[in-house]
Design a protein around this ligand. Structure first.
Ligand code: NAD
Ligand code: WQD
Length: 336
């Protein structure tokens, strides 16, 4: 397939591009590098021996996107591009609504104009808000608790309506907590500034960039009192996109599918796993709960297995080993 990957220079996008190239697909990346480093492209080439086409365009720029479609005639789109920091979305809601919604609307209009109607969209477990029951199935009520989550819900709603019209094939993958890095140690997560997410923060403590971790709350109703999440290895997540692409023509109605491991890991368990992987001590303080956090979140993964024939292969220990290889071989991320 000829696959156009929006946001393909980002964390999940770059890992997916590697898997696509390794499976013999051709790849066109559109990414304005608002949250990615240009060096990732050379790393992708080192891993795969192939180079994807790359366009440094903003997806909101309809004319440029139209030109990419005219030149490359993609068969399918994987749509990763978007802003993703929850806290930032509360501070800058207009920027989030504008970027995430306008880019998606522009993409969908250009797709329609070129009769390209196959798309896999990056949704998120954030659309479940604070779940009533665990594990979370796709039938759980949808509710967003911040502007970032609202953009995911709004896009899913649009896609649901569009999927009812002729010839569209649309799959939204609802990712749980992506972690880990490619086993080569050449690509991984490279957050700018202070990491918001747990694993990149732990990893920066291990490499000595940050003094200690703040554990946000140990009074949750969980076995050790700390928050439980479903951490999914980014290479497993990348493979889920290939599985979605190969099943996309089977979908005649809108499909939203959880992508997780089905297992929960607490903050303290993740610290233990990272300590074992890195042979470094991770000092931490217990702080009060972080606003907006929930106690537990993990996926029911039956639908992914039934519909896509996909399930996670890698454990949290392997994810920590791969994250540590990436962090220790690239202490400054992609910057040299
Ligand atoms: P990322 O920030 O590393 O990648 C997103 C990419 O999109 C970046 O490279 C950025 O430069 C690009 N981009 C943003 N706006 C753009 C625009 N208007 N035009 C062109 N390029 C643009 O994030 P990620 O972690 O790889 O996430 C990928 C997708 O998955 C996002 O949609 C995110 O919301 C979603 N998601 C991420 C997580 C997570 O925890 N990482 C969890 C669930 C869902
Ligand atoms: C995990 C656990 C924290 C940092 C976020 C988004 C979600 C999705 C994935 C995009 C929680 C605890 C964290 C720290 C800590 N993104 N923690 N100290 O909040 O589950 O999900 O990323 O769609 O929408 O909300 O992930 O990695 O921030 O937190 O104790 O320094 O680690 O309280 O229990 P979260 P996270």
């Amino acid at each position: 397939m000829n696959v156009l990957v929006t946001g393909g220079a980002g964390y999940i996008g770059s890992h997916t591009v590697v898997q696509l190239l390794n499976q013999g697909h051709s790849v066109i990346i559109v990414d304005n590098l608002v949250n990615a480093h240009p060096n990732v492209l050379e790393r992708i080439e080192r891993i795969t021996g192939k180079s994807p086409m790359f366009y440094d365009y903003d997806l909101c720029d309809e004319r440029s996107l139209d030109e990419v479609f005219s030149v490359h005639s993609p068969d399918a789109i994987i749509h990763f591009a978007g802003l993703k920091a929850v806290g930032e979305s509360v501070e800058q809601p207009l920027r989030y609504y504008h970027n995430n919604l306008t880019s998606t609307l522009t993409l969908l209009r250009v797709m329609q104009r070129h009769s390209v109607k196959n798309i896999v969209f990056s949704s998120s477990a954030t659309v479940y808000g604070d779940p009533d029951t665990l594990p979370i199935t796709e039938a759980a009520p949808l509710k967003a608790t911040n502007p970032y989550g609202q953009t995911k819900l709004m896009i899913e709603t649009m896609l649901m309506d569009i999927a009812k019209t002729a010839d569209w094939h649309i799959i939204s993958l609802r990712y749980f907590n992506p972690v880990g890095a490619h086993q080569s140690g050449l690509i991984g997560e490279d957050p700018s500034g202070t990491p918001n997410n747990l694993l990149p923060y732990v990893s920066q403590v291990a490499i000595g960039k940050r003094e200690k971790l703040s554990v946000f709350g140990n009074d949750y109703n969980t076995p050790d009192g700390t928050g439980i999440r479903d951490y999914i290895h980014v290479v497993d997540l990348a493979d889920a996109h290939l599985a979605a692409l190969s099943h996309i023509k089977d979908t005649t109605t809108y499909r939203a599918i959880n992508i997780g491991t089905g297992k929960g890991t607490s903050v303290l368990e993740l610290i233990d796993s990272f300590q074992a992987a890195s042979s470094k001590e991770i000092p931490y303080d217990i702080l009060p709960r972080r606003a907006g956090d929930i106690a537990s979140c993990y996926a029911d993964v039956a639908l992914a297995k039934d519909e896509l024939g996909w399930e996670a292969k890698y454990s949290i220990d392997e994810a920590c080993e791969d994250s540590w290889r990436w962090q220790s071989q690239n202490p400054n991320g992609y910057s040299e």
